[in-house]
Every structure is written in C-alpha cells, then in structure tokens.
Write a protein that binds this ligand. Sequence first.
Ligand SMILES: [Zn+2]
Length: 441
Amino acid sequence: MADGLRSEAVDLLSQLIRFNTVNPPGDERAAQEHLAAHMTAAGFECELLGRTHERPNLIARLDGPEPGPVLCLLSHVDTVLATPSEWTHDPWSGEVADGFVWGRGALDMKSQTAAEAAAACSLAREGWRPQRGSLLLVSLVDEETGGADGAQWITATHPDKVRCDYLVNEGGGGFVEYDGRRVYCLGCAEKGVFRFAVETHGVAAHGSMPRLGDNALLKLGPLLQRFAARQPSYRLTAEPQAFLEALGVLGEDGDAAAALARIAAVEPRLVALVEPMLGVSLAPTRAFASEKVNVIPSIARLAVDCRVPAGLGEEAALEAAHEVLGTEGYRIEFGQSVMGNRSPIDSPMADFIRGWIAREDPDAICAPVVLPGFTDSRTFRDAFPECTAYGFFPHSVRTRFEADPLIHGADERIDVRDLEFAAGFFRDLAVGMLGAGRAPA
Ligand SMILES: [Zn+2]
C-alpha cells in the first residue's frame, strides 16, 4: 500500500508540474481537469467552478451516510514564474531524479495538492467513506496574486460548497532541528499587512539653485537611518509564546528578546525564521521624490511594508512606526491593509496532529507558528469563523533550513520520502477526523 501511495503522489505531482500554471495568467484549467478526472475515477463527486472559463477551482467531495464534520484538504495549483536557465532540470519537466521531484510548484504547492489527492483517492478506492460528515478536496487557482479568482471568489460566490469545520493548507508542517530535537511547525496564524507611506515635505525650486528650495528628499535620510538601526520592540502573541515555551527558551519574565538570544547561541539559522513571529516588522522598500531631475522635490515618499501579528491592527503598526521614527518631521499615510487572523492553538485537529507526530516521530515535538506572509487560509478563516484552519504539510527528511530557500527560487524540488510522508499523514488525518466508515455494498 505504501508503495502505491508514494508512486501515486509522485506521478500526480510530476503531471501537475508539467502543466505550466505560472500566475499571471495562471491558466489552470488543464491542470484542474486532469486532477478532476483522477478524483472522479476514485469515486469523488467533482465540480469545476470559476469566475472565468480559463481558471476554474476544483471542489471534490466524498460524503458519509449522515451529516457531520467537514474536513477540507486545501491547496492551490498556480505558481510563481521560473527562469529555466537557472535550473538544473527544466522547471516544467516534473522530472524525478536523485530522489527528488523537480519543478516549479514542487514545494509551493503542487506537492501538497498531489499528496492530498493521492491520500484521498487511495482511501476512496479502498471503499473508505467518512463515518459521518464529508471529506472535501479543494484545489484553488490564483493564490500567488492574492486569490481574487480563487479563495476570495469561491468563498463569496459558493460558500455552501466549500464551508468546512477543519481545513489543512500550506503554511506549516516543515521541521527545524533545535538542540538535538526535531520541532514540527503547526501553522496556526498569519500576520496582517499594513503598508504605509512615510511622507516628508519641503518647498520646490529649480535644481540649479538648491538654496531657494527646501529638499523633501533629504529629510528622508535620517528616517531611513532610523529604520536601519532597529525594529520595533517585540509584542509576544499566543502562538510565538507557545513556540518559545516548547523550545524551552522563554524565561519566567516572558522576555522575547532574551529568548531569541538563547536561540541564536544554539542555532543561529533559526533566528531569521523566528524573529518575524515576535512582533510588528517594518521594511522600507521604495523611495520616491521628484518627477524631474531638475526640480527640488516638495514631497518625498518612502513605502514601508509593515507586517502585524494576528489580532493587532493599524494602531499597532502606527505605534511601531512612532517607536522607530519618533513622531516629528513626517506624515504617515496607510495604504493596503489586511488583518491577520488565527485558529485556536488547541482543537481536536491539533490534538490529532500532535498525536500523529508523537507516533511517527516519537522524539519530536510539534509547536504552533505564525506565518509572516499570508495564504488562502486567511480568507477561509474570515469566511467561516467556526472553521479551524492550519498550515500542515509534514516533511520527515529535509529541514526547513534546506527547503524554505527553494520556495519561489531556482531548483525547487521535494524529496520523494517527504512527499510520501505527507500523503500518509493526509490519509490518517481523514480517517482520524471523520471516522472509518465503508462505502455501501
Ligand atoms: Zn503557495
């Protein structure tokens, strides 16, 4: 059985990678039809629903004999672009070599689509059905550019078709090694985005006579230096607190900076992954001033990408900006903003996942994490407040230190053993959450 599951997941992943679904434009229909045919043959009821013909979302369902909890295995099949000249194997070859499946989407996230589908189909073909409730497999389009045609559209237009009580998606499941122990990351929350512009003001004049004006661009200089010097103080929320406690690095005083220093002394590579979870982050990414090279600018603007822990909003972003910049000499204007959100750290599904890890990898621990970015889970949590949504795609071989840098990078690939491990997890999760029923004879 295990061999069958592995080869089904590997074959599916290779096939999905061969459909070029770089978004934009995405053009996911062929990949979705392929997946729908596979699911239908195994006994799932499939629907393709899209805002446009070219970009349908796939909803596959397997119902038990009576109503009950709905478990949704979520993923997206669009990818970011790839530059073939930078790759060892063509990014759309889906080649299996050296124990890896290679290609764009091998981690983000056709691998999870393939593992979820192989798990669900293998169960269905064996005659398994939910004892009660339903198993949903939902494969979305358009995640990489924000989900307007995918998660947002489907939850707004067809909420009843994708409403669920439990959801697993990307955004967790990888592990890190810390102090001789493996720590699996359970993605429980996602940060919000509160981008803003810092604006300075002056007086315009001809560029040939600088003293006649008051150059707004020069006033950005000291502000930029303040950004370079520091980040805002940490604001520890529930998930990173639990993570630091699981690592055993958080003292009684709850001092996140001291905890991070302890981590840095043992495993410096972990700092870059942990620090964004600990509070608001500020990253100036663009500066803009005069339209013309010979005009002293009266306004200069700095764009700042600001990420805020789940549960905190614009006020926290503003407070962080004031802490770093002071309050004088500039104006702040907020632009795009999206609240982060979370699911409970403790739930029946979290219990199942921790129990599963304890069985499969007895010396390991499983700890909650916050995603610095955001995924479709954010949209589903907003649409269905009762839904518990986690990021969990467990790896058993390669650590996050090895896998994370390949996401959106060159030579994206997944170890076949990791793919098999995840497929086994999704099988067990479905049975664990929905019970072991049988198809009517
Ligand atoms: Zn993704």
